[in-house]
Design a protein around this ligand. Sequence first.
Ligand code: SPQ
Length: 424
Amino acid sequence: MICNKSKGLRGEITVPGDKSISHRAVMFGSIAKGTTEVTNFLQGADCLSTIDCFRKMGIEIENTPEKILIHGKGPDGLSAPSSVLDAGNSGTTTRLISGILAAQPFETTLTGDASIQKRPMRRIMEPLSMMGADISSVNGNDCAPLHIKGRPLHGIHYHSKVASAQVKSAILLAGLYADGETKVTEPVISRNHSEIMLRTFGADVHTEGNTAIIKPQPKLTGQVIHVPGDISSAAFFIAAGLCVPNSEILIKNVGINPTRDGILKVALAMGGDITLLNENHDGEWTADLLVRSSSLHGITIEGDIIPTLIDELPIINIMAAAAEGTTIIRDAAELKVKESNRIDVMVEALSAMGAQITGTEDGMIIEGGKPLHGAVIDSHLDHRIAMSFSIAALLAEGETTIKGSESVNISYPSFYETLKTLQQ
Ligand code: SPQ
């Protein structure tokens, strides 16, 4: 994809449904009894991988443009797949589904693409094994493919070293099948979509501080779920609206769950002009976001806010490059184990465009305000990198080529069409 400098972005857009919530709707709908209806489902490659896995385990899932219908058969209604389960590029699919597979009365092999086969799985293998699961890495490197033999599980209290919703959710899902209560304590609270949605389906789950607690053997019943717009996808247009001069963008119906809204807090702290309209606090919180061109300044981003914006750090790097002054990002070592090593890739690609950025062990330091110029950017097939540099290109003199831009299909298939509608 070739992208050029923008004269301004103006208009009203919606962003696709939230990826984390879409995955969970399919998973929880598949193990609930009865039909679950999901609207505004994200038709991205990652969520389609989740659908494919559950179809292979005998769940009928109708996918129409208006809605998804999942005909769940209850927690014990899955059947042994006749082939390997393929999670594609999706860490969420791989880790969450492992928690369910750990308790099934059959064996499965779960794999994914080249990126998934490099991402760490010890973080779920360890707690699930403590619960009694038989889960191993086929190549002995603590990565997928994973071989999982379902076993009777018992409840544990797990103290996670990382703030990870995927680790927490895998344990909570296994906890549905355990013989007693299961608890997960995190160093900092991670996104809580599983807790919110499992409760909607009928599970007995609650939180005490940074600890999520689930009781086993609930009666899960099919639900109607409307997925809010994905704040991680909105983040690209928040950054574009703030950084491209002469811009005003209204982004409708965006999820603003407080465990995901760090991008808004950071943008405001950097001096961004963002107004929240039509806020709705029923279930998953939503709002419309009105974003206007702003003069940004650098800040320090560290500590408890990091899990609430972990996926937005690549685009926050672009905002930092456009801002005056220094931005320091700390406590974000998790960036190294995403679809790509997002510290190394950001340093490589932003430097290629003329920005001053230094990678550190757990983040980066960006001296903002240097003029950006077009470059050839390798996205490393990481969707968030491809979209971040498509936005950086709007600020740069000359042409920018994004290699591997097709990776936007993972989370935002219509990204380039939406961007085009805003161009002046
Ligand atoms: O699903 P995947 O590939 O792990 O996706 C990413 C992303 O950028 O889209 C991470 F690379 O989002 C994760 C997120 O980083 C989605 C997620 C979830 O839905 O539970 C939780 C976060 O990961 P983690 O490892 O912190 O639990």
